[in-house]
Design a protein around this ligand. Structure first.
Ligand code: DON
Length: 321
C-alpha cells in the first residue's frame, strides 16, 4: 500500500470508528449555529508537498468561529510587529473558558489572542475605517491560505451581532483600560465578521498546512504569511488554542491547534502537514466532542505528538509520503 493510501486508510478507519458517536451539544448561544446538522463529520489532512486526503463531509461549509483567532494574531504581528501587538495582548494561558470576562490583573491585557478578549483586542488593531476594508483584507488572506475564494455567512454574522453582548462587555472593559480604542462597534464588526467566515474541512487543513509550510500554501505555492511570526502564533496555539482543555490536548495530541464553537478543529505539524476535523456537537469546554476524539486517534496512529520518541512521528510520515 502506498504512503498516501495508508493515510487514507487511517482516516477512513477513524471516520468509521466515530461515525455514530453522538455525545455533546451543538452551540445555540448564536441562534444561527443551532441550525447545524449534528451528523456532519469530516476529516482532512494536507501535507506540505501539496497532497490532500479527506473523508466524510469534508466539503460541508461552516463558519470558522474562533479558528480565525490565530490568523488574525498573525496579521497583527505582521502589521505591527511584536512590541506593539504584545502591548495589547499577552501570551499566557488563561485556564478559563473562551468567553471569560477577565483581564490580566497586573497588565490589564487579555491573557492571550485565542480567547475572545484577546481576539477582540487584535481585531481592534487590524480593523480599518470603514470596517469593510479590514474585513475584506482578512477574508482575502484566508482565501489565499485556503487556496480558494472565501466569503462571509451573512446570517451567522447578523445572528452573532444581535446576540454578542458578552463580547460587547469584554470590549468595553478593555476600552476602560486603554487596551482598545473607542471605535468599539467597528472593532466588533471586524471580530464578528472574522468569526463568520465560511470554510470547509479542506480549507482548514490547507490553512494549517500553509502555517506548517512556513507561510506558503502548499498547493497554490502562493506566499501568504510572514514566517517570522508563525512561531509566535504556533506557540500560543499550543498553550492556549483549546482554552481550558489546552493541557489535555497538549498531553494527548501534542500539536498546536485551534478550535471553534461551530465544531471545527485545526492542527499544525510544523514542516509536515495540517489537519482539520469538523463535527458540530461540542463538549463542555466548547470544543468539538467527536473532533477531539478523532484528533487524538490521528495523533496516535500517525505518531504526530511533538514529543513522540518511538520511531513513528516525523520518520513515519516522511517514509509514508
Ligand atoms: O465570540 C464568539 O462568541 C464566537 N464568535 C467565537 C467563539 C468560539 O468559536 C469559541 N471557540 N470555541
Amino acid at each position: 500500500m502506498s504512503g498516501i493510501s495508508q493515510i487514507q486508510h487511517i482516516l477512513e478507519h477513524i471516520y468509521q470508528k466515530y461515525k455514530n458517536f453522538d455525545d455533546g451539544e451543538v452551540a445555540t448561544y448564536i441562534p444561527e449555529l443551532a441550525k447545524a446538522n449534528p451528523e456532519h463529520f469530516g476529516i482532512c489532512l494536507a501535507t506540505v508537498d501539496g497532497r490532500v486526503i479527506h473523508v466524510g463531509d469534508w466539503e460541508q461549509e461552516f463558519t470558522i468561529q474562533s479558528i480565525c483567532k490565530p490568523f488574525a494574531f498573525q496579521m497583527a504581528l505582521e502589521k505591527f510587529g511584536r512590541d506593539i501587538t504584545l502591548k495589547h495582548v499577552g501570551v499566557e494561558p488563561s485556564g478559563e473558558a473562551f468567553n471569560s470576562i477577565e483581564l490580566d490583573p497586573k497588565t490589564k491585557r487579555p491573557y492571550n489572542a485565542m480567547i475572545n478578549a484577546g481576539a477582540i483586542a487584535i481585531s481592534s488593531l487590524i480593523k480599518k475605517d470603514p470596517p469593510e476594508g479590514g474585513v475584506e483584507e482578512f477574508v482575502n488572506k484566508m482565501g489565499l491560505a485556503a487556496g480558494r475564494k472565501l466569503r462571509i455567512d451573512d446570517a451567522v454574522l447578523a445572528s452573532e451581532s444581535l446576540t454578542g453582548n458578552r463580547n460587547r462587555a469584554i470590549a468595553y472593559l478593555m476600552l476602560n483600560f486603554g487596551i482598545i480604542d473607542s471605535e468599539v462597534d467597528k472593532t466588533l464588526q471586524q471580530y464578528f465578521s472574522q468569526c463568520s467566515l465560511l470554510v470547509n474541512s479542506q480549507d482548514l487543513a490547507l490553512m494549517a498546512a500553509t502555517l506548517a509550510n512556513m507561510g506558503t500554501n502548499p498547493v497554490t505555492r502562493e506566499h501568504v504569511f510572514d514566517f517570522t511570526f508563525i512561531k509566535d502564533v504556533l506557540t500560543v496555539m499550543f498553550t492556549c488554542g483549546l482554552y481550558d482543555a489546552a493541557g489535555d490536548w497538549a498531553y494527548r495530541v501534542g500539536r498546536p491547534a485551534k478550535s471553534g464553537v461551530s465544531g471545527g478543529i485545526l492542527g499544525v505539524v510544523n514542516r509536515q502537514l495540517g489537519f482539520a476535523v469538523y463535527s458540530p456537537k461540542l463538549d463542555s469546554h466548547g470544543n468539538s466532542a467527536r473532533g477531539i476524539l478523532a484528533c487524538k486517534d490521528l495523533a496516535n496512529e500517525l505518531g504526530l505528538h511533538a514529543f513522540e520518541f518511538t520511531n513513528v512521528g516525523s520518520n513515519f510520515m516522511e517514509s509514508m509520503l
